[in-house]
Design a protein around this ligand. Structure first.
Ligand code: ZN
Length: 566
């Protein structure tokens, strides 16, 4: 091939990748991580609490223990075992520049499992994060690497699967690599809303957001009833996508908003970065979400929205409506298979009498979001670093006996802020059992990580609400689940115990068998700790088990039991 030909081909690829806004993802390089048909319980970019879903959730037929295969050759670069989040997770870096991630695993393949257990016994900890050396754990395409499970923050058996760009660590949409999911179903439109955005803007005689009515047309698209408006307005949609083989309400792939034939907005879930993920709180109507648990995605972009998912954004997706003019707004919602749901909204510029005026709740304290803000509420001091909030707001602050109320959960928080309680009126002894708690809907206090230093207790949090000093004087409870004291357990493969704590929650759990530390796997969802008899070769018939559990303020319980094995 001559150089001009190469130049042409290179230019062509640059052009197409710019045109589609997509990197040339290798379509035939990887194999599937499972040997079952791919049915999704969750899609990439799906809207979750404070983050976008960074992978796909593959259904595992309501079972655990399905074989997980390396999707390509490579080396294991990271293994994480956590009680929360991804649970047991495996990361494999491939030579083509991508890293595959497998989460909520039940256990690893025997070789990797032995490697992890060695570290766990060395560190005397169930939770570990390991970065193996370059040549330690190499895998070939199709090697068994783990078994599917339900560990960590998982609500049912499934495989959480990601493909990340190894260099940037940005997660990419795994379905762009040739994974086939049967999908001939159009995205579902649940609701459309119009937002007056500028001072004195109005939509359908309202200065507040208003829900629009629409009808299905014979061609399958939707047509909204004519909207009258004036000033700067925007639109938002509540939508989900369903694939053919399951009823799960998954996320859509892309949205376009076209005004009078001009593309105003286009965003898609090809890739995003973890640091920007929390800006999801600016893509959705957060106030609406906190009230109705419905996520409206805005087709316009707030000033505080720093998401990079926009391929096109003209006038921030906002529409300037002038008196006497007409606008044709078309919203297109696509899933990754290209199925399209289309809505047309006719807008007429018209000044009308306002029937729903703007509601603004003012308080004594106005916060400029870009600046740091300090408040001394008496019972506690509150410090908001700059950009704690996305937008300026009138903040509602209340003070009570050992209690402060910091606004309410209708406002999203981007960064941690600190609350500091003065505990000098309590004795050193009393302080031990005290902690900072956040009141839940039932009025009881959930433990907030409490840093104790002298006469001050501090917590860092991104949750608004009511915080109080609470006291935990009751030690955790420990009880055996599958055995009794003085029992013969020769044929048992594991020991299981239930551990609970009624207020501040479990902090540490440790056990020994005949004086030797043993690994306990903790599953907070079922309050269970499990010991696997394969871990330690017992050379004695009589086994003395000792389990010590502490709660977050240091109350401690000890459980002992003796059993026998041949
Ligand atoms: Zn997931």
């Amino acid at each position: 091939m001559n150089t001009s030909m190469k130049g042409f081909i290179l230019g062509f690829f640059l052009f197409t990748s710019m045109f589609y806004g997509q990197a040339p993802y290798p379509k035939d390089y990887f194999r599937l991580p499972l040997d079952i048909p791919i049915v999704l319980a969750g899609t990439f970019g799906e809207l979750r609490s404070n983050h976008f879903h960074a992978g796909i959730d593959i259904k595992t037929q309501q079972r655990q223990g399905l074989a997980v295969y390396a999707i390509g050759e490579g080396r294991v670069t990271r293994i994480k075992v956590s009680e929360w989040g991804y649970g047991k997770a495996l990361y494999i870096a491939h030579p083509n520049g991508y890293t595959s991630v497998y989460g909520h695993l039940q256990k690893f393949s025997p070789e990797i499992e032995a490697y992890v257990k060695h570290v766990q016994y060395q560190k005397k900890s169930f939770e570990v994060e390991i970065f193996p050396e370059f040549s330690e754990l190499r895998v070939q395409k199709g090697d068994l690497v783990a078994y599917t499970g339900n560990t960590g923050g998982s609500a049912g058996p499934h495989l959480h699967f990601e493909i990340r760009n190894s260099a940037s660590e940005m997660p990419t949409n795994p379905l762009l690599y040739g994974i086939e999911v049967r999908d001939a179903t159009d995205p579902t439109l649940l609701g459309v809303y119009a937002y007056p955005l500028s001072e004195n803007a109005q939509v359908n005689q309202s200065e507040e957001k208003i829900k629009l009515t629409y009808r299905r047309q014979s061609d399958g698209s939707y047509l909204a009833d004519k909207v009258t408006a004036l000033g700067t307005i925007g639109f938002g949609i509540n939508t989900f996508d369903r694939q053919d083989l399951a009823a799960n309400q998954n996320g859509i792939y892309s949205v376009k908003q076209i005004v009078n034939g001009k593309l105003y907005t286009e965003f898609n879930f090809e890739t995003f970065s973890f640091p920007e993920s929390r800006y999801i709180n600016t893509l959705i109507d957060y106030n609406h979400y906190s009230t109705y648990r419905e996520r409206i995605q805005k087709c316009f972009k707030d000033e505080s929205n720093l998401l990079g998912i926009y391929k096109t954004i003209y006038n921030n997706g906002k529409i300037e409506v002038s008196e006497g003019l007409s606008y044709n707004v078309e919203i297109q919602i696509y899933d990754l298979a290209g199925n399209l749901t289309k809505l047309v909204i006719p807008v007429e510029g018209k000044l009308e009498e306002i029937k729903i005026p703007k509601i603004e709740e003012k308080t004594d304290n106005f916060i400029i979001a870009k600046r740091p803000n300090n408040f001394d509420l008496g019972a506690a001091k509150v410090y908001f670093p700059a950009n704690t909030f996305y937008d300026n707001l009138y903040i509602d602050l209340k003070n009570g006996m050992d209690t402060v109320t910091i606004h309410n959960n209708k406002v999203p928080v981007h960064r941690n802020f600190t609350i500091t309680f003065d505990v000098s009126k309590y004795s050193v002894e009393e302080r031990k059992q005290l902690f900072i708690g956040r009141l839940n809907n039932n009025g009881s206090a959930n433990y907030a990580s409490t840093y104790k230093r002298g006469t001050t207790f501090t917590t860092r949090t991104r949750d608004l609400g009511t915080y109080t000093l609470a006291k935990d004087s009751i030690a955790p409870q420990i009880g055996p689940q599958n055995f009794k004291d003085k029992q013969w357990l020769t044929n048992y493969s594991y020991l299981s115990l239930k551990i609970t704590d009624d207020l501040s929650g479990i902090d540490t759990y440790n056990a020994t068998l005949n004086g030797e530390w043993i690994l306990l796997e903790y599953e907070p969802k079922t309050n269970t700790i499990t010991y696997n008899f394969d871990d330690l070769i017992l050379d004695k018939k009589q086994c003395d088990l000792k389990v010590v559990v502490t709660d977050n303020v240091g109350n401690s319980s000890t459980f002992t039991s003796t059993f026998y094995r041949k």
